[in-house]
Design a protein around this ligand. Structure first.
Ligand code: KIV
Length: 301
């Protein structure tokens, strides 16, 4: 290579040759866009679910600060900390070595200064093995994004409904419903693209606004409740598996009802224990016959 930076074609060739080429990288994602293949992205917070997702072939995983609500039962995303999210992110990385893993910067981890933003984003990369980080906001976080990108950290910008600002937005509501707010969202998207994000996530945005933003920036554009015309889709794993009962946004499609299946299983277990149907012989441990005989004789069992 004579000191030249590797080209995308060179990196592609390496990926194709290498059996570890199952690992989804930024190059893979851009290649999927080039080939017109929509990218699948889910949130995940624990090791076993991550392993199932990796086996199923998910391309991207977000360890979202939504864990504050889905895992910890808080009413919003504000209380969750860097340490808590880092712990979940490390577990997910172990379960899903192949997926493109995105760490979610929690409230106050990037708001005070560019230094804070670089430091905390760097922890997701160094300590949890993330491939990128996500933060909320557009124009108002462009300086933080620039700093992180200059430090070599791939960044995904998140605009539209930004749950960390739900108090300012008046709750969890669709954004960009009028032309003025759509124009502001477009400015946010352009500011993020100019600051160097690899991708933008649109949450709860009317389809025409999402189409406009997609057309106006060159980076990958994902949606969660932003219509079909994007590079990929994100959903929250607890929503698609029926594990989150508090509320269900309109954009969710539920693929399984593990909540109901769990309640049914718990009830059956309780009944089995009460009625003496569990444990059965096959669940018991034995000891060598001779030892059992000696034990029984010794203690009159
Ligand atoms: O934390 C999260 O899961 C998110 C999604 C709602 C986009 O940020």
């Amino acid at each position: 290579m004579d000191g030249d930076a590797p080209t995308i074609a060179f990196v592609d060739a390496l990926e194709d040759e290498d059996m570890a080429g199952k690992k989804v990288t930024r190059v893979t994602l851009y290649k999927m866009r080039e080939e017109g293949v929509p990218i699948s992205w889910l949130t995940c917070y624990d090791y076993p679910t991550a392993a199932f997702m990796d086996e199923a072939g998910i391309e991207m995983i977000l360890v979202g600060d939504s864990a504050s609500m889905t895992v910890y039962g808080n009413p919003d995303t504000m209380p969750i900390t860097m340490e808590t999210l880092l712990g979940h992110t490390k577990a997910v990385r172990k379960g899903a070595p192949n997926a493109f893993l995105v760490g979610d910067m929690p409230f106050l981890s990037y708001h005070r200064s560019v230094e804070d933003a670089i430091w905390n984003a760097g922890r997701f990369m160094k300590e949890a093995g993330c491939d990128a980080v996500k933060l909320e906001g557009g124009v108002r976080v462009a300086d933080k994004v620039r700093g992180m990108v200059n430090a070599g950290i791939p960044v995904i910008g998140h605009i539209g409904l930004t749950p960390q600002s739900s108090a300012m937005l008046g709750g969890f509501r669709v954004q960009g419903k009028d032309v003025e707010s759509a124009k502001l969202m477009l400015e946010d998207a352009k500011a993020l693209a100019e600051a160097g994000v690899m991708s933008i996530l649109l949450e709860c945005v009317p389809t025409p606004v999402a189409q406009l933003i997609k057309r106006s920036v060159d980076v990958l554009v994902f949606g969660i409740g932003a219509g079909p015309d994007l590079d990929g889709q994100l959903l929250i794993v607890h929503d698609i598996l029926g594990l989150f009962q508090a509320f269900q946004p309109k954009f969710v499609k539920q693929y399984a009802n593990l909540g109901k299946a769990s309640i049914d299983a718990f009830k059956e277990y309780i009944d089995d224990v009460r009625d003496g149907r569990f444990p059965q012989k096959e669940h018991e441990y034995t000891m060598p016959e001779e030892e059992e005989k000696r034990l029984r004789e010794m203690f009159d069992v």
